[in-house]
Design a protein around this ligand. Sequence first.
Ligand code: FMN
Length: 353
Amino acid sequence: MDYYGLIGPLVRLMPAEAAHDAALFALRARLVPASPAFQHPVLATECFGLSFGNPVGLAAGFDKNAAVVDALFAQGFGFVETGTVTPLPQPGNPRPRIFRLSEDQAIINRLGFNNEGAHRFVANMKQHRSAGILGANISKNRDSLDAAYDYATCLEAVYPYASYITINISSPNTVGLRDLQQKDALSSLMKTISMKRDEIAKATGKRKPVLYKIAPDLSPQDRQDIVETAMAHFVDGLIVTNTTVTRPGDLKSRHRGEQGGLSGAPLKALALETLADIYRLSQGRIPLIGVGGIGSAEDAYARIRAGASLVQVYTALVYQGFGLVRRINEGLVKLLERDGFKSIREAVGKGSR
Ligand SMILES: Cc1cc2nc3c(=O)[nH]c(=O)nc-3n(C[C@H](O)[C@H](O)[C@H](O)COP(=O)(O)O)c2cc1C
């Protein structure tokens, strides 16, 4: 039994958000034993100009304030995405606002971007020492009247300390946020953001990738519009997907009626299908990060073969512990070798067997 096998059942007796706070505390206090990255040449990959030791990343929302970055890298992730951070601190929605649907291996959350704000986030980012690839996921304050201004402000604040920046336009718990995925709004936002990025890149001499994170709850027309708009603005990549407001399948948990975004196993099919469609629509010309319901090496491999260059995990970590990162990487090596692929990149978009 690994460390998580010992403490997991205890942690799961706590309310979900208290368990999350306890996990952050344990990471910060270095109470969680390190699990160094599993290294294998077949796992090393390049994406949007960055070199990843392995393709398994931590999804946004676990370390919203970039407070435990070094401890997270010590768990073997190929990259860690912090945030979502907003320009000003905000408390988020009233508790309870995270629900574990254990029978369904899922979570519903309606946190509403609780975070300590960009100033604190940047101060935390300055503290960490790991050389790993660090994403900063940014968005707007709940009461902001000018979304583009908020994104631009956050972009400028986090830019020097992040390896890449994610524009989150898909969280379901901020009213109106997902409307930024609509064609005209998206085009205008992408224009503002790429001008801002180019301005900062010129001033600093460093061009950093900017990705957009999209929802699984999009019509075929929305998907088409997003791909066309992203290509027109030379977006560096898309993260597919955030949580869903739908309730797919036959959920068993008594929490299934809670409002918020659903993640974990029941999201898997929808997130996979969305990713495959975005890959097809973009003809593989936009690098994609696959996320949503990934809980095994087989899931990660299926996402890669559907078009993901990298993957991220969150909810499955809550049920399986950080040992999952190594299990996915070890399993991926076996699956890639079984199918004769010499690299992750070779397998991207190659379809299911
Ligand atoms: C408790 C919780 C908080 C989250 N917070 C954020 C967030 O702040 N920003 C974001 O882009 N995604 C957030 N997400 C979404 C995840 O990053 C991910 O896209 C989603 O959970 C699907 O992946 P999973 O099924 O592996 O969890 C959150 C998810 C959970 C469960």
